[in-house]
Design a protein around this ligand. Structure first.
Ligand code: GTP
Ligand code: MG
Length: 553
């Protein structure tokens, strides 16, 4: 990651985007019903997109006076919202009330003399005309946090929680994307869209994946999708009369080749003209061709794809599941964090389980509870109306999109129990013969011999975890069993650990748990007090700022 964002003041994390933005997520414990009408995924996307179009990104000198800065900018119109953050320098995100203000601001902005490539973007630099003469006001800006807390801070917070359920809730609060971070993600897409629009006016660049599916953690990558479909929809062809006019277009042998060519030119464009875009890599021969780059100013690692509508639909499905019951996100965050802490997931592609697969496993597990906590995809399809119908490349991706039409679950199991049961369930799952299938919500016979089979919910003949090796699956199973056992022990009483000693979820996240515990069978039989002692030792050895437990992915 390029950003070295300083952990300054902490803007409180919010459950951004599920229609209850200002409400903290406390009470995830039992998923108690929330009566607030929840927004559809498409509504959130449109609102956020429109908001981003009224927003600019400004690199500021550190001694900027916030008050004067805002006064200066408001010459161009009222400002709705702004915040500062540290990346490679100090940056301000400024949202105007009206889009016209951005045009006015750009008209009053100087093109630097040294600009060989004059590009009028919405990413600007603020210069102090008379630096020496600026009043000696102390730097007054509060920088909002864009990276996850350090492992140490996280562990301390977890150890201070009141119960394991409270720990899961705390982890979610600490790691989830903040309101500011969500804004910055949509703004970054919007800035990239401006560059892509040089080639394809009217194109759209949409975020997908964990930036928008409500399972994103501070520091996660920014997946973007270049949507060219709207271009075709802009004209209303006249069909009356004897003539029909059609655009001349260049033909290419296949859709894949077209996608590769489009991404290739956009990659070049970002590399040569995209302000703040560095390290552009074209990965065009991948199953899903992409352009990877770092957006230096926001600090996001970006993956730009095209022709990837199914992935956007998957993000919508996850958003829906995440919004149905407040226990879902808490459990997914903990499982993802646990997997990362034990190197079951990695930011490098390989034989590892992905966060996407882990999320599917949690959803499946919650569908299997009695009564179920989440509905099956088939039942969401049954609730769909005609306007929900969606077929992408021959795959039926229909499901109900209005969250308010789905009955909340009657299941009241607490998070603590669910976490333990999750580990127990997958610690004993018959991976050798069964496949995980969230469409049916029950195990199915595995159609092939891949160690882990999780059916792709929309392209049902595909396995989303085809890459996972037998040894990685075994590692997952071993750790799941061990974690279930640890939680079971904690639940069985014994002296309550001192507040700063790792217990419950905190103990499960320690990278050394497995190593120290799997050294010998003997250790498994040690009393709980000794176990805690060895955990404490390992936490001391553990570098507090090591990214192990809280790395981006
Ligand atoms: P992070 O690890 O936080 O980035 O989670 P993520 O959900 O964003 O995962 P990732 O960046 O790897 O992928 C982005 C999106 O692409 C996912 O949310 C899915 O919608 C989709 N995706 C990822 N992997 C697969 C896969 O193996 N099969 C399919 N069909 N879609 C995938
Ligand atoms: Mg991602």
């Amino acid at each position: 990651r390029l950003a070295a964002a300083r952990l300054l003041s902490g803007a409180g994390p919010v459950a951004a985007d599920v229609g209850r933005e200002e409400q903290p997520l406390r009470g995830a414990e039992t998923g108690s019903e929330d009566k607030t009408p929840k927004k559809r995924f498409s509504e959130v996307q449109e609102e956020r997109r429109e908001q981003a179009q009224r927003t600019v990104l400004i690199h500021c000198p550190h001694k900027v006076s916030e008050k004067k800065f805002l006064k200066y900018l408001s010459q161009h119109g009222a400002i709705n919202n702004h915040f500062f953050y540290e990346s490679l320098g100090l940056f301000a995100v400024v949202e105007f009330a009206r889009k016209e203000s951005v045009g006015s601001l750009q008209s009053g902005t100087l093109m630097p003399h040294e600009a060989a490539i004059p590009f009028r973007s919405r990413f600007l630099s603020l210069k102090l005309k008379n630096a020496g003469g600026q009043p000696s006001e102390p730097p007054s800006v509060r920088a909002s946090q864009q990276l996850p807390p350090s492992s140490q801070r996280l562990l301390e917070r977890l150890c201070r929680a009141e119960s394991v359920g409270d720990q899961l809730d705390t982890l979610l609060q600490e790691l989830q994307l903040t309101e500011e971070n969500v804004r910055l993600r949509y703004l970054t897409c919007s800035l990239i869209e401006d560059v892509a629009a040089a080639y394809f006016p009217d194109c759209t660049v949409r975020p997908f994946g964990s930036s928008v599916n409500t399972f994103g953690k501070l520091g996660c990558d920014l997946d973007m999708f270049l949507d060219l479909d709207e271009i075709g929809k802009r004209s209303t062809p006249k069909t009356v009369g004897n003539f029909l006019l059609e655009f001349q277009v260049k033909n290419v042998p296949s859709e894949r080749i077209a996608t590769q060519k489009i991404l290739s030119v956009i990659g070049e464009c970002l590399d040569h003209f995209g302000p703040g875009c560095v390290g552009v890599q074209k990965i065009l021969n991948a199953r899903c061709p992409l352009v990877r780059f770092s957006h230096q100013a926001s600090g996001f690692q970006c993956d730009l794809t095209a022709n990837n509508r199914i992935a956007l639909k998957s993000s919508e499905l996850l958003y829906l599941y995440g919004a149905l019951d407040s226990r879902v996100r808490a459990l997914v965050f903990s499982v993802r964090c646990w997997a990362r802490a034990h190197s079951l997931t990695s930011s490098i592609p390989g034989a590892w389980i992905t966060n996407f697969s882990l999320t599917m496993m949690v959803i499946f597990f919650l569908q299997r509870r009695s009564p179920p906590i989440l509905p099956t995809l088939e039942s969401l399809k049954a609730l769909a109306s005609a306007e929900d119908k969606c077929v992408i490349e021959g795959n039926n991706c229909t499901f109900v999109r209005d969250l308010n039409k789905i009955q909340p679950s009657r299941n009241t199991e607490p998070l603590e129990l669910l976490l333990k049961e999750f580990f127990e369930y997958f610690g004993n799952f018959a991976f050798n013969k069964n496949s995980i299938n969230i469409r049916q919500g029950r195990e199915q016979n595995k159609p092939d011999s891949s160690p882990l089979h999780i059916q792709n919910p929309f392209e049902t003949s595909l396995n989303i975890s085809r890459n996972v090796s037998q040894s990685q699956l075994q590692k997952f199973v071993d750790l799941a069993r061990e974690s279930a056992w640890l939680l079971q022990q904690d639940g069985e009483g014994g002296p309550a650990p001192a507040p700063r000693q790792p217990w419950g979820l905190a103990a499960l996240l320690l990278p050394s748990v497995r190593d120290s515990r799997s050294l010998s069978k003997k250790q498994n039989r040690r009393p709980a007090s000794e176990r805690v002692k060895s955990l404490l030792e390992s936490i001391k050895e553990h570098n507090p700022d090591s990214p192990t437990a809280t790395d981006g992915k």
